[in-house]
Ligand binder design. Structure first.
Ligand code: VL7
Length: 138
């Protein structure tokens, strides 16, 4: 049985978000607003099927996928790029590869105790780690 990420998660800490946004070419005005945000993640998981919703007061983003099945992702409201995206299990980690214009792009989620982590990657040098707290797991 794979890990179960279902629940609502509040980001409590993040590092290097600014660098990640610069790597994606997000303009200064948008970065200024975005770096103040405290996103909330809602995971809906049924085995290998996922919907990950990211909510903020500024913009929302949603992504649906099945493990191992490549799909076309348009990062609408983010950097608005098209990626060929695949998410796979690496033991209990969720590892996403976003093939497209930006090299080495993707993200990884993992859990340690009650904490959900996210690392976003858009180039070799730019990563962001978000520490999240599950506030509504059942
Ligand atoms: C990525 C946004 C910065 C543009 C607006 C900020 C809006 C969020 O990739 C993500 O989640 C994955 C893994 O959980 C599943 O889709 C969300 C959020 C980072 C990158 C780009 C700034 C403009 C913040 C809606």
């Amino acid at each position: 049985m794979p890990a179960n990420y279902s629940g609502t998660w509040d980001i409590v800490d993040n590092q290097n978000f600014e660098a990640y946004m610069v790597a994606l070419g997000i303009d200064f005005a948008t970065r200024k607003v975005a770096r103040m945000l405290k996103p909330q993640k809602v995971f809906e998981q049924d085995g290998d099927s996922f919907i990950i919703k990211t909510f903020t007061t500024f913009r929302n983003y949603s992504c649906s996928f099945k493990i191992g099945e490549e799909f076309e992702e348009i990062t609408k409201g983010l950097d608005n790029r098209k990626c060929q995206t695949t998410v796979n299990w690496d033991n209990d980690k969720l590892v996403c590869v976003q093939k497209g214009e930006k090299k080495n792009r993707g993200w990884t989620h993992w859990m340690e105790g009650d904490t959900l982590y996210l690392r976003l990657k858009a180039a070799v040098h730019y990563t962001v780690g978000c520490l999240c707290q599950n506030i509504a797991a059942d």
